[in-house]
Design a binder for this molecule. Structure first.
Ligand code: PHE
Length: 339
């Protein structure tokens, strides 16, 4: 019996040392210590032994059992440690891998110009107004003193939706909506998208942007208009640009003026950019026509006002020296990265 136990002890020790999985270890535990395990069988067979042998064999069997239990626990801990390390190794993140570079976003040149114009007018106490792009004929033309069949409508052909709905040709429609809604004094600018059915070329797109301006109060004169627009021109294009007011015509302003700045390229001497004139047109303006005020319910004997409207693409092209309007819409990063 004693020899048998020694043999079991040796076998178990070397078998436990060799296992390399928790499942194998469990199998070994069952085969030695389970209900039908080798050690259990011996302990169970104690009754058949001579009485004087029982304490000796019993003691040894318990020693062997204890040793096997300890070996199994040690081996179990070791295997769990190995498994944990293996898992940790599999889950590590290599923080030394270079990350994916994120491009830095920039503002589109049109947004830059919008922002600059807004900044200038917010500083002068103007507020920002908005109106719909799908507009009624009334707001786009009629209430701006372009009656049906007025020849000036020809210069602003647009896209017609249904009935009297059309895509607005200018932000001047926001003037009318504002005059209807607000009591003077009014000081607003209206930035937004406008439409005309023009062929696409280097200076035209059927969708473009404008910023409208409107100021209405008592005793507003052409002097206020001039001062405001000279300020704007110099802030946008630099203090050394000359500004000139050239008589013009719009049905909704009287008198009307187009504003030109001296050409920065030739300093007014005349070049290809300014078609030899030395001047570049930047916007249209004038004193609000009394008919416009009256149609929207403002007493033109008590109040007067000035208005102006500028094309944002045109300003951006002049400011940044862009020679083709289509560059503003191509989304070519090589172009856009320059701003
Ligand atoms: N709405 C005019 C245009 O688009 C510009 C303008 C606005 C002129 C306000 C005078 C006053 O051409």
């Amino acid at each position: 019996m004693e020899d048998k136990l020694r043999e079991i002890e040796q076998q178990a020790t070397s078998a436990i040392e060799k296992v390399d999985s928790l499942e194998q270890l469990e199998d070994l535990r069952v085969s030695y210590l389970g209900k039908k395990g080798a050690v259990t069988e011996i302990l169970r067979g104690m009754g058949d032994l001579a009485p004087e042998m029982r304490p000796i064999v019993g003691k040894l069997a318990n020693q062997v059992k204890g040793k096997i239990v300890n070996l199994i626990i040690e081996q179990e801990e070791r295997l769990k440690e190995v498994a944990k390390n293996k898992q940790l190794a599999a889950e590590t993140i290599d923080v030394t891998l270079p990350g994916q570079k994120q491009g830095v976003a920039r503002k589109h040149p049109l947004t830059l110009v919008f922002d600059e114009i807004k900044e200038i007018f917010l500083g002068l106490g103007f507020q920002i107004a908005e109106g719909p792009e799908v507009e009624a004929d009334y707001y786009n033309f009629e209430a701006l003193n372009f009656p049906a069949n007025h020849p000036a409508r020809d210069m602003q052909d647009t896209f017609y939706i249904e009935g009297d709905r059309l895509l607005r040709t200018h932000t001047s429609s926001v003037q009318v909506r504002t005059i209807e809604d607000q009591e003077p004094p009014i000081r607003i600018i209206a930035p937004g998208r406008v439409y005309r059915s023009d062929e696409i070329d280097a200076t035209h797109t059927p969708v473009f942007h404008q910023v409208e301006g409107l100021m209405i109060d008592r005793d507003i004169s052409f002097a206020h208009l001039k001062e405001t627009l000279i300020r704007l021109s110099k802030e946008l294009f630099g203090a050394d640009r000359e500004v000139r007011f050239r008589p013009s015509y719009f049905p909704f302003t009287e008198p009307s003026a187009e504003v030109d700045i001296s050409c920065a390229k030739c300093d007014g001497g005349g070049c290809k950019l300014c078609s030899g004139t030395g001047w570049l047109e930047i916007l249209g303006s004038g004193l609000v026509h009394p008919n416009v005020l009256e149609m929207s319910g403002v007493d033109s004997k008590e109040y007067s006002g000035f208005a102006f409207g500028m094309g944002v693409e045109r300003i951006a092209m002049l400011k940044y020296g862009i020679d083709d309007i289509r560059l503003l819409y191509d989304n070519d990063l090589r172009f856009l990265k320059q701003f």
